[in-house]
Each structure stands twice: as C-alpha cells, then as structure tokens.
Write a protein that binds this ligand. Structure first.
Ligand code: GTP
Ligand code: MG
Length: 197
C-alpha cells in the first residue's frame, strides 16, 4: 500500500491508555528525550508546519497525541522523558503514561527513538534502547537537528553515537533535520515498509 503522506489529520489525545484510538490502525511512535524534536518530526512527515505543537520550552507534549495519515496509520507523539522544566510528580506521571502506552498491546508497527545528534545518549536513552532491543517491536534511531552541524561533523557524530550504543551498523541511525527536511523521505519509506509488513 502506498502511503503518500498527503492527508495527515489531528486525531485526538490520550491522557490515559484507554483513550487511545480503537480502530486498530498501525502506529508509528516518536519517542525520546524532551525537546529532541519528536513533534517537529511529526510536522515534517505530515508536510505541515504546525499540526503538532512545538515549543522552546521542554515538556510541550503532555499527552499522547495521535495523527492519522492517509487513513492508513497513526503517527503517535509521545511525551518526552526527562523534562527538567517539569515538576518531579508531573515527570513521573508522563513517564508512566509513555510506559503504559509502550507496554500495552497497541498495534505498534515501528518505534522511532530520537536522539539529538549533538548530545551523547544518556541513561534514559540507553534504557529506552535496551527496552526496544528486547521488545520485539521494529525500531530505528533518528538523529535530529543535523542542520546544526556540518555534513562531515554530522557523519562523525553518527559514527560516535553508533559506537557509544554498540550498534554495529551506523546506517541504522537516520540523519534528520526538521529545518532542512533532510531524512524525511527516508523515514517515510521506513514507515511505509513497516505498515506493509
Ligand atoms: N535547528 C533545529 N531545531 C529543531 C529541530 N527539531 C526540533 N527543533 C527545535 O527544538 C525544539 C523542540 O522541538 P519539539 O519538536 O517541540 O521537541 P519534542 O521532542 O516534541 O519536545 P517535547 O514535546 O517537550 O517532548 C523546538 O524549538 C524546535 O524548533 C531540527 O531538526 N533542527
Ligand atoms: Mg513534543
């Protein structure tokens, strides 16, 4: 099935797991630290500037947000982990919401783990990756904000992050920028393959 990404619509939010859509469409999940660029990736995939809300303030996305694409799948914008600007209790609640989503029996087709290309993965990122590796879900790492580096510096960081995470194949880490849109078509192709499986 060809997914054209020409018709992306806001489909609703879930503050609790039982508020997620019930129609069984495959879900493509954006996960990663707060402020890494999850909502910006949704906008790039949708080809719309602000269907998903982004902000200078970490902790913008405080619920699970669903976007329907071509009536074939959902892009799922998860709350980010580790918001420094969010109270401890709220941070715990958001982490629990994301965890309950990931460990429930949602029809997850692909999980994208976003990492800022300039920042070394932290304990939360490593924990997420370890979970992904044993989850049985297809996953990919997306390195965001590559526009902040030169091409050669970006490639060096791609290699360094792959090594730091013990990933043998550094081409598994997709270079992306919501500013230049580099990597968008690669990620769309990954999504299309994931929902066609
Ligand atoms: N230069 C540049 N800035 C980016 C890129 N992606 C995101 N940003 C900026 O980073 C900030 C955070 O982006 P968001 O998309 O809101 O990040 P998020 O992961 O959804 O954050 P939470 O909702 O808090 O978890 C915003 O100021 C964006 O404009 C990128 O590829 N390049
Ligand atoms: Mg967000």
């Amino acid at each position: 099935m060809a997914i054209l990404f020409q018709n992306t619509v806001f489909s609703g939010v879930a503050a609790q797991i039982d508020q997620c859509p019930q129609d069984g469409r495959p879900e493509i999940v954006m996960s990663g630290r707060s402020n890494v660029g999850k909502s910006s990736l949704v906008n790039a995939l949708a080809g719309q500037r602000k269907i998903a809300r982004i902000s200078q303030t970490p902790g913008k996305t405080r619920q699970i947000v669903f976007f329907g694409v071509d009536q074939a799948l959902y892009l799922v914008d998860l709350p980010g982990y580790g918001h420094a600007a969010v109270s401890h209790d709220k941070r715990e609640a958001l982490a629990q919401l994301a965890d309950s989503y990931l460990t429930s029996d949602r029809p997850i087709a692909l999980i994208l783990l976003l990492l800022d290309i300039r920042i070394d993965p932290n304990a939360n990122d490593r924990q997420m990756l370890a979970w992904l590796e044993q989850s049985g879900h297809p996953w990919r790492i997306v390195l965001t904000k590559t526009d902040k580096l030169s091409r050669s510096a970006a490639l060096a960081r791609q290699k360094a992050i792959a090594a730091a995470l013990d990933l043998a194949d550094m081409s598994e880490l997709v270079l992306f920028s919501s500013k230049t849109k580099v990597g968008t078509d690669t990620i769309r192709a990954l999504i299309e393959a994931a929902v066609s499986r």
